[in-house]
Design a protein around this ligand. Structure first.
Ligand code: PLP
Length: 389
């Protein structure tokens, strides 16, 4: 059977162009970018070209981009950097949303244990926070508002930009985790009005283990790690030039094909939804009325078990996720004998009968219309096997 990969929000394959760009870094361009000799200068040149490519994708300046080891690190730099209580500010305040990725929620909770105060914005049934809730949550001690741009489970796009003016007026920093948005929809730090933005290499056909943090000029972020002066003193440690170049190439590729890929992926989504409707199954799309990423569909099948559906599909060589793929402890709500519902669906008050059978389909570069049609056919068989079983 032909394998069908519908789990692009978990991770994406490295694009051939990205791989090609990385090869010299495995070979002759091996210098330390901080060294002053020719080997170092070659590595530095490759690193700075990659930084420009990342900056271009999000309409930033290259000196506003800091390479990190992943999106998780970038999110931790922001949350821990700004929310760690100090003797002068013993209870700094964070406003974030209930549907954030664990790489935001877990450090936020860790800072709360040290004394920081946390306001978790509720979301609507479609998974969107309401800007007025954010405005009402602001206090004189609010240091940071952090709301993701696109949700990894539902694909819902949050109205982050609506918070920019008020945050700026009140001197509060605005961060967005754009790990799932970058490379899939236009991301422009100027239009968003954010001060800080996170992205991840492996969500846009780049390598794993590399991310970037956009830090608007003038914004000071206390360090998480202490060491050398790399990344203009904002993130010590010798840069992983191989992966940074991969991230840069992935950003360049995404930028080049953004409009056509968005339209293509949206059409594939229509084909998928049409196929699901034809199956005659009882299902709901979570985040149905929200603006959504063009590559994501979270469907809840009535009275089904998501884990068993994922297994059934895996046996038919189909990769999908039940909710998010990278949940850590404490992020899901699991009643003693009930199904495990993701914290995102919990926050959306998704009906359990549908949430328990929720499957995330996510597609990307290389996914074809035939793949979608074949997916629907195999899914139909799995649903049939498992309904009433
Ligand atoms: N933020 C979001 C929205 C994500 O979807 C993910 C990964 O799934 C991350 C952050 C963390 O990415 P990484 O595991 O590469 O650090």
């Amino acid at each position: 059977m032909r394998p069908l990969y519908f789990d692009h929000n978990a991770t994406t394959p490295i694009a051939p162009q990205v791989r090609q760009a990385m090869l010299p870094l495995l070979d002759e361009v091996f210098g330390n970018p901080s060294s002053g000799h020719a080997w170092g200068l070659d590595a530095k040149e490759a690193l700075e070209a990659a930084r420009r490519q990342v900056a271009e994708l999000i309409h930033a300046e290259p000196d506003e981009i800091v390479f990190t080891s992943c999106a998780t690190e970038a999110n931790n730099m922001v949350i821990q950097g700004l929310l760690r209580p100090t003797s002068s500010i013993p209870a700094p305040h964070l406003v974030t949303s209930a549907v954030e990725h664990p790489s935001v929620l877990a450090p936020a909770q860790a800072m709360a244990r040290l004394g920081a105060r946390l306001s978790l914005l509720p979301v609507s049934q479609d998974g969107l926070f309401h800007p007025s809730d954010a405005f009402n949550a602001l206090t004189p001690d609010t240091k940071l508002v952090s709301v993701m741009l696109a949700n990894n489970e539902t694909g819902a796009i949050q109205p982050v930009w609506e918070l920019a003016d008020i945050c700026r007026q009140q001197g509060i920093l605005l961060h967005t985790d754009a790990s799932q948005a970058a490379g899939k929809i236009p991301v422009d730090v100027q239009r968003l009005g954010v001060d800080l933005l996170t992205l991840a290499g492996h969500k846009l056909n780049g390598p794993k283990g590399v991310g970037a943090l956009y830090i608007r000029r003038g914004v000071q972020l206390p360090l998480l790690l202490h060491g050398g002066g790399q990344e203009r003193g904002r993130r010590p440690g010798t840069e992983n030039t191989l992966l940074c170049v991969g991230l840069g190439a992935a950003c360049g590729l995404a930028r080049q094909h953004l409009e056509e890929e968005m339209a293509r992926r949206r059409r594939l989504g229509d084909v998928l939804l049409d196929g699901l409707n034809r199956l005659g199954a009882d299902f709901r799309i979570f985040g149905h009325n929200a603006p959504r990423l063009p590559n994501t569909l979270l469907a809840g099948f009535w009275n089904m078990d998501a884990g068993r559906l994922v297994e059934g599909l895996a046996l038919r060589d189909v990769a999908v996720s039940a909710g998010a793929a990278c949940h850590g402890p404490g992020t899901s709500n699991s009643p003693a004998n009930g199904p495990v519902i993701s914290h995102v669906l919990e926050a959306m008050h998704a009906p359990r009968d549908y949430a328990a059978g929720s499957i995330r389909f996510s597609w990307g570069l290389g996914t074809t219309r035939n793949d979608v049609l074949e997916l629907v056919e195999r899914l139909g068989r799995v649903l049939q096997d498992q309904s009433g079983a």
